[in-house]
Unconditional design. Structure first.
Ligand code: GDP
Ligand code: MN
Length: 382
């Protein structure tokens, strides 16, 4: 789960990183009231889950009430690379002497946390990594030991932080590492990590991704994320514990197991179709689960045909077939379904479907055949 900047900053603050106080608002009047309460100059910041907000006009300084109103009016509703701004964060503007970069993420190849630091902050860090890799310090941390102060001081020193803020940068790195570990984040990034003219080290931006699989350990984080901008079907799926991602096409997809669903998307694309969603029904698909999944798929009105691709392992094909029969009774879908059942109890599953003689349901035995058929059916029903 990706957090909005202000939510990331709130986590930072809880773990001792310096951030500016501010207020999250959703209307122009509330933005102006917040700015007046905080005191000028303020910075008005678009809260969307995409970087480069500054360049897109989503971060503006305001020195008085009129400017705060003007910027809030312009930024609310702004489309930043397809993300519509519905929330603003207003904070007291900081004076900036220098902009650094700091992040903690998982280095999968080293199987260890990775701390990155650069004095080339405020810019696209990918460019620094590409053009001047020597200016981006990358250091693995022993997860059993954690990031020690000595190691943090060493990173700040080798990165070329100003001598008088080495200690402050090291504190910030240790705090960022603590956020990453204790909040079960997969990414914690600050760009820019600023040094103010009076030499305070402070996080001016926050990009945090929390590991959804660890959210049960952090009930207080459950409501974070960008629910105002989330797709309603995705939200519903999330509540039901189903992994659903909405896509742009018209072919509904359901499978069991993330790998199978991803390859189903590929095969449908290869056959000239456009998937409408990713849906992993997981293992063990009883009638209630199948009905729920099909209901989610059909609640996307772009769907013209549906492909069920089930590879029976722990999931039994006869159980899925019974689920499908129940789902059809409950939902009476009007679009065609192609169903491929393979693996555990597939013969029995196909027999159940044949006996039920569901309208508009086509059985397929191979994945390629199923994909070709669903693409053709979707074209017909457009
Ligand atoms: P991003 O463009 O999405 O990465 O948004 P940031 O929060 O990083 O803001 C973009 C840029 O706006 C920063 O790199 C700063 O240069 C500038 N900025 C943001 N907040 C302040 C502030 O409080 N004071 C000043 N002077 N500049 C700011
Ligand atoms: Mn930034």
């Amino acid at each position: 789960m990706d957090l909005l900047e202000y939510q990331g900053k709130q986590l930072f603050g809880r773990h001792g990183l310096a951030v500016s106080d501010g207020q999250a608002v959703t209307t122009v009047d509330d933005a102006v009231a917040a700015a007046n309460a905080i005191g000028y100059p303020v910075v008005v910041k678009a809260q969307v889950l995409i970087g480069g907000r500054g360049k897109a006009g989503g971060v503006k300084l305001a020195s008085d009430e009129a400017e705060a109103r003007e910027h809030a009016t312009n930024i609310l509703g702004l489309d930043i690379k397809g993300h519509i701004v519905r929330t603003l964060w207003i904070e007291h503007a900081s004076d900036i002497a220098t902009e650094y970069y700091a992040s903690v993420l998982l280095d999968r190849s080293a199987k260890k946390p990775l701390v990155m630091f650069s004095v080339e902050g405020g810019v696209d860090i990918e460019e620094v990594a590409e053009n001047t890799p020597e200016k981006l310090i990358r250091e693995n941390v022993d997860p059993l030991v954690g990031l020690s102060r000595e190691q943090a001081v060493d990173i700040a020193t080798r990165g070329g932080a100003d001598a008088d803020v080495i200690e402050g940068v090291a504190d910030a790195l240790v705090a960022l590492y603590t956020v990453w570990i204790e909040e079960d984040a997969s990414l914690a990034e600050i760009n820019p990590l600023i040094v103010t003219p009076d030499r305070e080290v402070k996080a001016l931006d926050a990009k945090v991704t929390l590991d959804d699989n660890a959210l049960f350990r952090h009930p207080e984080n459950a409501d974070l994320g960008d629910s105002a901008n989330a797709d309603p079907i995705e939200l519903k799926a999330h509540e039901q514990g189903v992994i659903y991602v909405k896509l742009d096409g018209d072919i509904g997809i359901m499978g069991n197991g993330a790998g199978l669903v991803m390859s189903t998307l590929d095969v449908v694309k290869g056959a000239g179709g456009e998937p409408a969603n990713f849906l992993d029904a997981g293992g063990g698909s009883d009638a209630a689960k199948v009905t729920q999944a099909i209901e989610l798929i059909l609640s996307n009105e772009n769907v013209n045909a549906v492909l069920l691709n089930i590879f029976g392992g722990i999931t039994r094909c006869d159980e899925v077939a019974n689920g499908l029969v129940a789902a059809f009774a409950a939902l009476q879908p009007s679009v065609p379904f192609v169903v491929r059942l393979d693996g555990t109890n597939d013969v029995e599953g196909r027999r159940i479907l044949e006996e039920a003689a569901l309208p508009n349901v086509y059985a397929a035995t191979t994945m390629d055949g199923a994909a070709a058929q669903v693409v053709a059916l979707a074209k017909e029903s457009r």
